[in-house]
Design a protein around this ligand. Structure first.
Ligand code: NI
Length: 407
């Protein structure tokens, strides 16, 4: 397959991708409940002649482009959900749903994957296998990847490699239109914990008659941070943030309990499991040592996102061929944000790439999840081209390898 031709075809699709994005941008929906968005995706795929399955994880949509030659299946994944934010961009195609906004660019992911679908469908005679198009809900919570996997998205035909993409400024060093790729741990796990330090309340002037949970909490916070500073390998990033702490109701009363809530971010599964265990041990040891008791809850959310070296290298080389060396960059360190693409990458080798979407020259600089977030639409065709070309050339390469091994 000539990637120059595919690049030109993607450029010709640019206006259509922009139209899809603007349509989707006006109908933002939340979580697993995306009736208008998934109907739009289903309708568009059917118009392209692509068979569609719906209802996975409630609003998930899956298209399958079957190549003319039998072969393995490569999956492309986009998320479709928005955020509970009132849009303040003033754009002509701003949200028509009060209190909801595509403030993370998932509308653009959906539109770019539709663009890739159109490119691939036009070349289905050249596909040496299948391309599965996965449109998932609820990336911003409660999570759509895991329920789609439970509903069989990775089976029938089985997915052998997967690629997802995020637009914007998650990695600020990626300029507009450039593709950022990263090897190994690239994004962090996203976990939540709750701690209740249970003491015995009483008069603020008579601490000896109480078990003061406020004082115990002070000790506990320092000890928990030592898990990061003294037990974690310093070259492996780990975050433990306590974002909420509440206790007491009067200046001169010792309360009977204090509550804390926070988040842990790790880039390796073993380290994530280890800090969850060690946190409870520290909470138990300090509260019991100081005559209090405790409750501890640790909710495992999205796992660390770890890319596969082979698929990442393949996508990097494909993007370099499409856009030249200046169109691709290698990310040197992970971000501590989380992504539920990680669930797919736990089960199937694959990668997650970042398409630079901010453009200071055009005044497009606002951060993700802000009410004025926007992206430079001029980059869309590049996203569609990168997705389509990576799938096409991966199937080609696999076909050649299988052929060679049979001889
Ligand atoms: Ni996002």
């Amino acid at each position: 397959m000539n990637l120059k031709a595919l690049r030109a075809e993607a450029q010709e699709l640019q206006n259509e991708i922009v139209k899809w994005r603007r349509d989707l941008h006006q109908i933002p929906e939340l979580g697993l409940d995306l009736p208008e968005t998934s109907a739009y995706v289903e309708r568009t795929l059917k118009e392209l002649g692509i068979p569609v399955k719906t209802g996975l994880a409630k609003s998930g949509v899956v298209g399958l482009i079957a190549g003319c030659e039998p072969g393995p299946t490569f999956a492309l994944r986009a998320d479709m959900d928005a955020l509970p934010i009132q849009e303040e961009t003033g754009l002509a195609f701003a949200s028509r749903h009060p209190g909801r906004m595509h403030a993370c660019g998932h509308d653009t992911h959906t539109a770019m994957l539709l663009g890739a679908a159109k490119l691939l469908q036009a070349h289905c005679a050249e596909l040496k296998g299948n391309v599965k198009l996965i449109f998932q809900p609820a990336e911003e919570g409660p999570g759509g990847a895991e329920p789609m996997i439970r509903d069989g998205v990775l089976a029938d035909p089985p997915v052998e490699a997967i690629l997802g993409m995020h637009i914007g400024t998650i990695f600020k060093e990626v300029p507009a239109g450039v593709i950022g790729v990263g090897y190994g741990p690239l994004m962090a796990s996203l976990d939540r914990f709750y701690i209740k330090v249970i003491g015995k309340g009483g008069h603020g002037a008579m601490p000896e008659t109480t078990v003061d949970p406020v004082a115990i909490t002070g000790t506990l916070i320092g000890a928990l941070q030592q898990l990061v500073s003294r037990e974690q390998k310093p070259t492996h990033p780990l975050v433990l943030t306590i974002g909420r702490i509440q206790g007491g109701s009067a200046y001169n009363v010792i309360p009977s309990f204090v509550e804390l809530e926070g988040t842990v971010r790790a880039t390796r599964e073993d380290e994530r499991q280890s800090i969850a265990r060690r946190m409870e041990a520290v909470v138990a040891g300090i509260t019991q040592g100081l005559r209090a008791s405790y409750e501890f809850k640790y909710d495992f959310g999205y796992p660390p996102l770890v890319t596969d070296e082979g698929v990442t290298r393949h996508v990097e080389e494909t993007a370099r061929e499409l856009f030249g060396p200046e169109g691709v960059m290698t990310l040197s360190e992970p971000t501590m944000g989380g992504e539920d693409m990680a669930f797919f990458l736990e089960r199937v080798p694959g990668t997650f790439i970042f398409l630079g979407g901010a453009n200071p020259a055009k005044g497009i600089v606002r951060a993700h999840h802000s009410s004025t977030f926007d992206v430079d639409e001029a980059v869309f065709w590049r996203g569609s081209a990168a997705l389509a070309a990576s799938a096409l050339t991966w199937l080609d390469k696999n076909h050649k390898q299988r052929h060679a091994s049979r001889r």
